[in-house]
Design a protein. Sequence first.
Length: 431
Amino acid sequence: MKTVMCIPTYNNPLFLSELLTDRAETYCQHEIDIIFFDSSEDSVSEKIVREYAADHDNVAYKRLDDELNEVPVSMQSNTKAYYILKHFSKPSDERYEYLWICSDALRFSDEALDRIDSYISAGKYDYIMLNSHEEQYRGDRLYPKPADFIKDNAWWMTWYGTTIVRIDTVLAGVDWDYYFDRYLRESSYNYSHLAFYAERTFMLNSFSAVSIDIWPGGLLISENKTGSGWINDVFHILFDVWPHVINMLSDKLDCTKETTDNMYRYSHSFTFEQLYHLRACGKFTNEVYEAHKEWIQIMVRKGDVEIRKVLALEPDVISERLIRIWDNFMKFYDNHDSIVIYGAGYFARIYAALFNQKGLAFRGFIVSNTADNPTELMGKPVTEVDQTDFCAEKTGVVLGISEPYIEEVKATLDMAGVRADVFSDRLEWVC
């Protein structure tokens, strides 16, 4: 059965180039066509896609506002998703059985695609849900009841790319005026696509869904992704918009509180480090913390004392600190001929993505032991400390590791005889 992956994109040519190079041929082998719906302000993305599509039948480019006629470039992304859904609900194109709206920053592993194939080939599921965000592997789960499916999966369905829908059931006979009017409002924009998916589950004569656990490693995020565009509004979106949208489903969904709470319990939508940003821009206040203290602690995995230390800092003090960290790093960068990142995990990837975004060259990654790490990461080599030449060039080491391990790693580098300069300030606060 044929699947169409629709990717709305806006000013992200690096994401598209990476995706086409790394995954497009693999998607083709799994009978997945990729259509980019572009609303960028320039033609860079269009050129990248059209050049690739000239030699690959499974890739196509469409200018979003031209193709769908009604969509202005500046329109909110969830609204664009609605127009794509509406576009494929028309019976004029019967090539595809399943529709997969996906973020331009998400990638899926070969193993994940094999498992998705098996459920698509069965042809009996209205929804195929891709879950890679649980704390531990839980296995695939079948859902014969809409309410159970929404309760367990709504929080994860908010990500573009996690929900695949069967066109001839989910998109059949949709009253689009109703959905556009009901959910495409300021109070529900951010989760309007989830609201559509959720409400449609209750409209089907028979319902069948599966949640595929592709944890760990089944879903990957672009190496060029440095952060989330909605982080500055995270408290409003999570604590105002999210419960409001779920409550709009209350006439059909009898477990709205549990569905709402699952978002806070499992999503970890922002990190402790990002609280500094949110404090600096005046979004993270004592009032916000007191109102949502329990869930904020769970989401950032920190206790009350550590979080209150952030709140004790005045926003302008944090802003000055962030500026100072970046200025100090640029001085460090300019004073060295070569930069390497110590680490190959979460923070190392964040730093590497930041460097790529800023056009800052770095040589690669170094680790204490390559046995527990990849030999290459983000196109750069990963080498052991004792196999790295620090003398050929004036090399600076940026510590891309969790804060509690900084002193331990400094000691390790010193014991290994590394005499390179080390930068240990927290660059993720700047991202």
